[in-house]
Design a protein around this ligand. Sequence first.
Ligand code: MTE
Ligand code: MO
Length: 307
Amino acid sequence: MLIHKDYKPIASSLITPEAIYQERRSLMKLTASAAVLAVASPLSAALAFQKQKSALDLTPFDLVTSYNNFYEFSVDKEGPAKLSKHFKPRPWTVAIGGEVQKPQTLDIDAIIKKIPLEERIYRLRCVEGWAMVIPWVGFPLSSLLKASGLTSKSKYVEFETLFDPAQFPGQKQSFGNIPFPYHEGLRIDEAMHPLTILAVGLYGKELMPQNGAPIRLVVPWKYGFKSIKSIVKITLKEHQTRSTWNEVAPKEYGFYANVNPAVDHPRWSQARERVIGKFFKQDTLAFNGYGAEVAHLYKGMDLKKFF
Ligand SMILES: Nc1nc2c(c(=O)[nH]1)N[C@H]1C(S)=C(S)[C@@H](COP(=O)(O)O)O[C@H]1N2
Ligand SMILES: [Mo]
């Protein structure tokens, strides 16, 4: 697959969406497999521009790839990078089924070839109280869902991580009684939102196993546990889907899990956050700073009840 080798984030000041687009084009280096890194539409360019302004202070690559939550490997932050050295992200398929017109099983490289890749710089906020800023490479989940043919019964989307105890030591030991495989879910409007992406890379490189290779979800306005890694199955459903942490501790982790400084976790405050690699804590932002784009999805809902 791609991607440009010498990763340079675009300078923060006074850039227009057009300037971002041009600079990206000049940074791009396409490989023989012909995957294309491009800003796909004016809307995504505009979104990218907003994120550029607010979130250019990228978390260093070494931290993004060494401080991870991935319970299939380990419950410590350092474990996933160390224990995933032999993880095999190929061959890999993603099965899309359930309430769709065209159930299909797609090869990861066929997906990457078919759908144009874009860069998205997003804040990631873990429910534990830490945050990062990560330049993902991926594509809108909506592209894949539209191609599968949604129906009036496609109301929720459920995701499933690979189950393979030979590769995931944590699935043998079942730490903390987590019911593997890990599942997550979104409402269809959340899934179709242009900010919701499937990521296949970060910092212009292919995703490493500790970050969810070869393909993982990224929903930037929700706590990190919604952004499920190493996906093998996507199932459209008529009714609300499974969510692993919600099943483990329903009073602590809601199905929605929208980042919300006004709704504390029962065991800690969510008002502030620690940015990995930075000294000072900062205020947590409603919807992790993406309220202008997503708050309308929850109009009229009591976010203390639907946390
Ligand atoms: N399958 C799976 N996906 C997962 C997790 C996990 O343990 N298993 N951890 C989640 C949590 S709690 C967070 S904060 C993010 C972390 O993503 P990162 O390591 O790429 O920063 O992945 C999420 N996706
Ligand atoms: Mo998390």
